[in-house]
Design a protein. Sequence first.
Length: 153
Amino acid sequence: MIAGEGTQLIHRPAKDIYEFVLDPERYKQADLKIAAVHSVTWHGDRAEIHYSGRFRGIATPAVRQIITVQPCRRIDVRSIPGSLAHLMSSFHGMFTLEELGDGDTRVFHREELVFRPPLKWIIEPLLRDWLADDTRQEVLRLKALLEATPNED
């Protein structure tokens, strides 16, 4: 298992951050692992997203994931069991948003990948440090993007 985490205080309401993260065309400005978004289909507080990615700049196979939300508080993204990508690895990403007052929100983000043998022995050592650093940088990019635009409140 490999994982990365990042936490930042962002001077924006949780609603703004929540909406930005759930707009994959906008969010891929912060998450450079997202290459092309093929589809997003919402059913209430649950969505299926299909996108192509890249790790360390190298294209990865397209994946399908399920997004579940607690509006303006939490976002979970998980690989879909039974899919081809899930047979090679499982993914869980999450965001928590905690409003602190005065327009500030604490954002915590974690991404976790579990590769299955024999890929585990080859890929995890190559991606471990990169994922840890990239996830921290992703949250910093999120902060910079959101704080660079005027707050509408």
